[in-house]
Design a protein around this ligand. Sequence first.
Ligand SMILES: NC(=O)c1ccc[n+]([C@@H]2O[C@H](COP(=O)([O-])OP(=O)(O)OC[C@H]3O[C@@H](n4cnc5c(N)ncnc54)[C@H](O)[C@@H]3O)[C@@H](O)[C@H]2O)c1
Length: 306
Amino acid sequence: MKILLTGGAGFIGSHLIEAMLRNGHDIVVIDDLSTGNRAYVPAEVVFYEMDIRDPKLVEIFEAEKPDVVCHHAAQMSVLISVREPLLDASTNILGSVNLLNAAKHVGVQHFVFASSGGTVYGEPTRLPSAENDPLLPLSPYGISKLTFEHYLRISGLRHTILRYANVYGPRQSPHGEAGVIAIFTERMFKEQETVIYGDGNQERDFVYVTDVVAANLAAIEQRIAGTFNIGTGIGTSVNRIYELVRHATHYPYPHRYAEAKKGEVYKIILDCQRAHEILHWRAQVKLEEGIAETVEFFRQQIAWGA
Ligand SMILES: NC(=O)c1ccc[n+]([C@@H]2O[C@H](COP(=O)([O-])OP(=O)(O)OC[C@H]3O[C@@H](n4cnc5c(N)ncnc54)[C@H](O)[C@@H]3O)[C@@H](O)[C@H]2O)c1
């Protein structure tokens, strides 16, 4: 299959490339490298450095004629979305609509979208949250992700919406404001101060990146449409994550608490039964294993002076 992957130079996108190549797909990547890394895209992959908002996007579709679009390019920080809602809406809504128009223009068969189960439900009415639960996002980021879900719903295109929990793993940026495991790991290895925002009892559903990749491949290769939560169904507090990473990195210093960040949900855990039944997918990687892999990645990066 020929897959056009947006955001392929990013954290999740780069893992998707590896798995898609392994499964014999042709890949075309579009990424503006705003947070992505060109080195994460192997030479055999066709790469276009372009903003998804660019009117010339359609020319890439005309030239490449992909079968599938797998859409991962985004402004992905809740905090940036609170500070700069226009930037968030411009990329995540207008850019995504530009992409959808281009996909329709050349008759793409299937559109897969990386949405956010951690934000579209807002503060959930019940835990774990299922796909049909109320959708009341608390941040512009959650709103922009949910808005594009609606564009897809009325698009007439076969589509799959994957609502990810908190994704973590190697290559996640510790320099952004999301990705608490990457942030703690890097700061601990560099013996820098560590801060927990809020009381640390806030819970998240942490899903390892290779499990997220497997969900994308299940949707693409089995051509399954629908909306699916992609998480573990298990809540873990930020305090617990802190302890696990501290243990794995042997960080000897205490942390401090600071005021909770605006726009963030207090507790979110995803009910992933539908993905299990329809996509035949279930998260496989245990938190301790995933943290060990992630910590090992950062250990090597730091040893190489990255
Ligand atoms: N990491 C998570 O926990 C998580 C959770 C839910 C959903 N998601 C979604 O998954 C997707 C990938 O997230 P990630 O964690 O890999 O983030 P990332 O920042 O590593 O990757 C995003 C990629 O998109 C590119 N990009 C950003 N704006 C662009 C634009 N206007 N045009 C073209 N390319 C652009 C960036 O350069 C980067 O390579 C995003 O859509 C994000 O919203 C991530």
